[in-house]
Design a protein around this ligand. Structure first.
Ligand SMILES: N[C@@H](CCC(=O)N[C@@H](CS)C(=O)NCC(=O)O)C(=O)O
Length: 206
């Protein structure tokens, strides 16, 4: 049965798309038109009751949440490809950054989005909350910038799933109009990571 990937371009599914392209594993893709409400169709809800992308169906078993999908792909295919450490402290470091990216950076970027984007109803947006979220985002990028000082990649010497899981948020930050220019290490690392052909392939998917 293999891998069936449900995605929407420019969404939380993008980093999973990037991972699949980076791994070079065969997968079937199914585009979900969020604007048309396809995520609320019974056949999709039967696979993911959350009604959200990404969703990866692995040999018939649905896996939702982009972080869980990334970890599964990293463990299953990434180790052999040198994209994810063997179990041990280096893996703990990779997991630390992947979890931080989702729970801290991603959560914060999502707060900025929810309080500024016209994708959300005006009455649910709050300028003060947006301002606080932008400040928090700056604090988080400062932490990431310090962690990248003198380093090419986050964990070890090579590009890994830790970089992939986090670098995709730089694009979201830029989309939100967040100024990354004070964070020189983050900018250089983002350019290094997103220059990979796998990133271009994933981003050009429509
Ligand atoms: N924490 C989830 C977030 C998933 C999510 O919010 N997906 C959005 C697109 S970015 C979605 O499918 N929204 C559809 C909806 O809420 O109706 C993950 O990382 O997988």
């Amino acid at each position: 049965m293999g891998l069936v990937f449900y995605y929407t371009p420019m969404s939380s599914a993008s980093r999973v798309y990037w991972a699949l392209e980076e791994l070079g594993v065969p997968f079937e893709k199914v585009k979900v038109d969020l604007a048309a409400g396809e995520q609320r169709k019974p056949e999709f809800l039967a696979l993911n009751a959350n009604g959200k992308v990404p969703l990866l169906v692995v040999d018939g078993t649905p896996v939702f949440e982009s972080l869980a999908i990334l970890i599964h792909l990293a463990e299953t295919f990434g180790v052999a490809k040198g994209l994810y450490p063997e179990p041990g402290l280096a893996r703990a470091e990779a997991l630390k950054w992947m979890a931080w990216g989702t729970a801290s950076l991603g959560e914060c970027a999502s707060r900025v989005l929810r309080n500024t984007s016209e994708l959300f109803p005006a009455e649910q947006r709050n300028a003060k909350a947006a301002e606080a979220a932008r400040k928090d985002l700056g604090d988080l990028y400062s932490i990431l910038d310090d962690a990248l000082a003198g380093k090419t990649y986050l964990v070890g010497e090579a590009f890994s799933f830790a970089d992939l899981a986090l670098a995709s948020y730089s694009r979201l930050a830029q989309f939100l109009g967040f100024d990354l220019s004070p964070f020189a290490n983050v900018r250089a690392w983002t350019e290094r990571c997103t220059a990979r052909p796998s990133f271009a392939r994933a981003m050009s998917a429509r």
